[in-house]
Design a protein around this ligand. Structure first.
Ligand SMILES: [Mg+2]
Length: 237
């Protein structure tokens, strides 16, 4: 299976939203695509199940009914209730995950999908378990990685730091998606963030996504398939 890892500069920058755009588009093209979230925290009890909004969104994007627990378990099998870093949330429940436990969740998809989108938790250097950061998992899987970044004040530092952390581990950054997470972004700041990141990250394709479900022309025109191919240099967008 070819994989694409979707990570971010922070939590709540739109990783799931961007992931669902990619999943939806590839599914419409008839590609057998799967979605995997290695771990989630902040899950809530509902009808005897631990549910979480991101799992619902990812399931819906790949055409899985969220009442199909066997398939939603494939999307995310390790769920913790405290809305904290997953390893801390696990500890509060007297549980712990090893790197092998985490990777086993991806292996379970074998035979069900040709392409896998993997959504990390939090930002690139957030812990998944006591011994594994999100970046360690992306590195172990040798997954090409997409970085989602929020278009707001402070994004230049956060984006550059995240890309540098990825590259220092040998993780291939296929693109950065600068995502407009609020409806009242100053248009001057919006453009300045884009121009500065373009200038400061030569060689890294930069895509933008507009606020409120409207994908800007840039993200709309991207061939998402190119991001799953570690040997291919993604084109600018
Ligand atoms: Mg998410």
């Amino acid at each position: 299976m070819k994989t694409l890892f979707v990570s971010g500069t922070d939590t709540d920058v739109g990783k799931t939203w961007v992931s669902c755009q990619i999943l939806g588009e590839l599914r419409r093209r008839g590609i057998r695509i799967g979605a995997w979230k290695p771990v989630c925290s902040g899950a809530v009890q509902h009808d005897g199940q631990l549910v979480w909004e991101d799992i619902r969104s990812l399931a819906s994007a790949i055409g899985v009914n969220d009442t199909d627990h066997a398939l939603t378990d494939l999307i995310c099998s390790h769920r913790f209730q405290a809305p904290m870093a997953p390893n801390v949330a696990a500890r509060l429940e007297g549980r712990a995950l090893s790197g092998d436990d985490l990777v086993g969740g991806l292996d379970a998809w074998e035979g069900y999908a040709d392409l896998m989108l993997i959504e990390g938790a939090g930002g690139l250097l957030s812990p998944l378990s006591d011994g594994m950061l999100v970046a360690d998992l992306a590195q172990r899987l040798t997954s090409p990685t997409l970085i989602v970044s929020a278009n707001r004040l402070g994004t230049i530092h956060q984006t550059l730091a995240t890309v540098e952390a990825a590259q220092s581990r040998g993780i291939k950054v296929v693109a950065v998606v600068l995502n407009e997470v609020s409806s009242d972004l100053d248009p001057v700041l919006r453009q300045a963030n884009k121009d500065e990141l373009k200038r400061l990250m030569p060689g890294i394709p930069l895509c933008t996504a507009g606020h409120g479900g409207a994908i800007s022309g840039l993200l709309q025109e991207v061939d998402f398939l190119q991001w799953f191919d570690a040997d291919r240099n993604a084109t600018d967008c």
